[in-house]
Design a protein around this ligand. Structure first.
Ligand code: SAM
Ligand code: SF4
Length: 341
């Protein structure tokens, strides 16, 4: 497969609120080998394969954003590592790391394929990964992911660390499921030299259950943690919305992503691209721009750049998520696996 030619640097992308867009998250597939209860229903209908951008098209699109000042690319999904030949995309995009036009190429994964791919990802210039793991209990793990196997994911974690990848573990805080396991997750992650980030559930997409049953505000988790741990605020940022503390007793970092209890939009530097080439300017809003048509309409990037500029000019100020018992509808109808977490 051919990669796009080297990029020609264009002007930075600045939204109407003065925020520079420097971070692109790319969902390379909506498919997944797990069926996490907060993310998907068990019988998901996935997109027809022909609707997906090819890997070459994904490379061209990502490269167009890099040419306009995006410094960080996160590959996500669905489960990115189940997309056929996905390492080709990592290899192609690594040329921007070598050229110095990209600071970071990273991914978010459920870890099921990591044992197979960790060393190759490192060879493509990936330095850090986010690994999603909500529990250390194999039975609960199966209950949350429906199809996942904890042992397999732990092997993936071992392989990632052995390959020299820095790992951040992401755990969604779930009421009545893992809420009393957060201490163990801290000890486990920090004991392995990994950061841990806790995430509140977000109302994205129809799922089988009731979201109000899952929602656990991180303000409650934090208050409970303070009974056991000393949490010291630190200025550490990874370019994402997490706010970090240092856990004095372990020396490790703990992040909180709190879209529901804390609005982090003012510092939002990111946009999200789906595997069909739709650009979402905000995770919590429905407005989107189709980049697939301008991408396919011509071999040069003039139309694509126009469409990207028009989209960034519409980036909203922020989102307004609510989970309450008066509305059972998700705030946004598309699933996290479509937009990418
Ligand atoms: N499959 C990969 C994984 O699980 O890491 C990447 C995609 S997944 C959609 C990205 C992240 O979104 C995961 O950490 C997952 O736990 C989180 N996630 C999925 N649905 C969510 C929801 N409704 N609210 C909060 N986080 C969610
Ligand atoms: Fe798959 Fe990730 Fe969604 Fe779980 S959270 S179903 S692993 S895409």
């Amino acid at each position: 497969m051919d990669t796009a030619p080297d990029i020609v640097r264009g002007p930075d992308l600045i939204d109407p609120f003065g925020r520079a867009i420097t971070y692109l998250r790319v969902s390379v597939t909506d498919r997944c080998d797990f069926r996490c209860v907060y993310c998907m229903s068990e019988h998901m209908t996935f997109l027809p394969k022909q609707d997906l951008l090819t890997l070459e098209e994904l490379d061209r699109l990502c490269s167009a954003f890099v040419a306009r000042g995006v410094r960080k690319l996160r590959i996500t999904g669905g489960e990115p590592l189940v997309r056929k030949n996905i390492l080709w995309l990592f290899r192609a995009l690594s040329r921007h790391l070598e050229a110095g036009t990209l600071d970071e190429l990273t991914l978010t994964t459920n870890g099921s394929q990591l044992a197979k791919y960790a060393a190759e990802l490192k060879a493509c210039g990936v330095e850090r990964i986010n690994l999603s793991m909500d529990t250390l209990d194999p039975v609960k793990f199966k209950a949350i992911t429906r199809w996942g196997d904890l042992g397999n994911v732990l092997q993936g974690l071992d392989a990632a660390q052995a390959a020299g990848l820095k790992v951040k573990i992401n755990a969604v805080a779930l009421k009545g499921v893992n809420e009393h396991e957060i201490d163990d997750l801290i000890q486990f992650a920090h004991g392995r030299g990994a950061d841990l980030t806790l995430i509140e559930t977000m109302p994205l997409g129809e799922i089988d259950g009731d979201r109000t049953d899952q929602y656990l505000p991180l303000s409650i988790v934090r208050a409970r943690l303070l009974e056991r741990w000393t949490l010291e605020d630190i200025p550490y940022r990874t370019g994402g919305p997490a706010r970090y503390v240092r856990v004095k007793e372990t020396g490790g970092r703990l992040g909180f992503i709190t879209p529901m209890t804390h609005n982090f939009c003012e510092s939002c530097n990111r946009v999200r691209l789906t595997c069909t080439g739709t650009l979402y300017m905000c995770l919590g809003q429905d407005d989107a721009a189709d980049l697939r048509a301008p991408l396919r309409a011509s071999a040069d990037d003039a139309l694509l750049n126009e469409a990207i500029e028009a989209a960034i000019a519409r980036k909203p100020k922020g989102h307004d998520f609510i989970i309450d018992r008066t509305t059972s509808k998700p705030a946004v109808s598309r699933h996290m696996s479509v937009t990418g977490g």
